[in-house]
Design a protein around this ligand. Structure first.
Ligand SMILES: [Zn+2]
Length: 59
């Protein structure tokens, strides 16, 4: 199952949506900001198909 979640870029402060597979209990991946193109690390925890925790950090 895929959910769309709005995150905020730690570098430029812009918000944009990412797709998260909520069938995975805990995942970590990097994505590039759609606005400033800098890479950020996303840590997501899911429970019962819903996002219970989402953390964004820049390197
Ligand atoms: Zn950005």
């Amino acid at each position: 199952m895929e959910n769309f979640e709005t995150i905020q870029c730690p570098f430029c402060g812009q918000s944009f949506e990412i797709a998260v597979d909520t069938s995975i209990a805990r995942q970590r991946f990097t994505t590039d900001c759609e606005i400033c193109c800098r890479p950020m690390e996303i840590t997501v925890e899911c429970e019962d198909g819903e996002i219970s925790s989402l953390d964004v950090s820049g390197n």
